[in-house]
Design a protein around this ligand. Sequence first.
Ligand code: 1GP
Length: 259
Amino acid sequence: MLYTNLMNARKNGQKMLAVLVDPDKARRDNLGQLAKFANEGHIDCFLWGGSLVNTTQSAYYLKLLKAHLKHTPVFLFPGSTYQLDDQADGLLLLSLISGRNPELLIGRHVQVAARIKQMKLETIPTGYLLVDGGRPTSVSYMSNTTPIPADKPPIAAATALAGEQLGLRLIYLDAGSGAQQPIRPTIIRAVRAEVDLPIIVGGGIRTPERAAIALEAGADMIVVGNGLEKDPNWLPELAAAVKGVQPGATKAQREKAKA
Ligand code: 1GP
């Protein structure tokens, strides 16, 4: 129950780490290593998907990952309706509320609504906000939407608030995979101040320091993809930084938690 875990973590001031796996880049050894870290308690959740997935092997690799995992859930983070798979534990049902592309606000949802119902996945209605991360990303291009400017926290906050008022249950602030700059703390703080929903932040987080900055600004869970694809070995360090962030924790306290 990812949503319950997120709410409990939020209530207790704990922070969570999600790892995004792009099925096009999945490899047997890489998944085995990530699963080992997850089984050791370093990963709270996997996200599975991408803006453009070309492989026909996604289901095979998802099955492989699931076979290795003892308790960590895998949630679909679909870039298209082709990426639904009932081997997953759940689905982030994304509504791209920072954009004005009706297909990604309601069109595709209608196409797959009946299939999702049959799949019986834990489905979390998610307000997905793209924020400019310094350069065009696959997701901004593929979604044909304009990200929220990085220096406009009030727009991000009002968008997230509208999502909350519409009944969405989770906010995902994304600078896009491989973003030059992660989401600025000013944006995260503004959204945190406006909504009570759990907040996920991702895109361009490639160091434990960047993770800690996003979490201290108010993210409840961070997502790391690209930064672990080539080398997952820094994951324990990343996980320690995530667990070391408590509301108001000083840098010294974080260092102590890491040691
Ligand atoms: C992208 O938030 C995710 O949707 C992760 O981004 O690959 O840059 O870590 P990265």
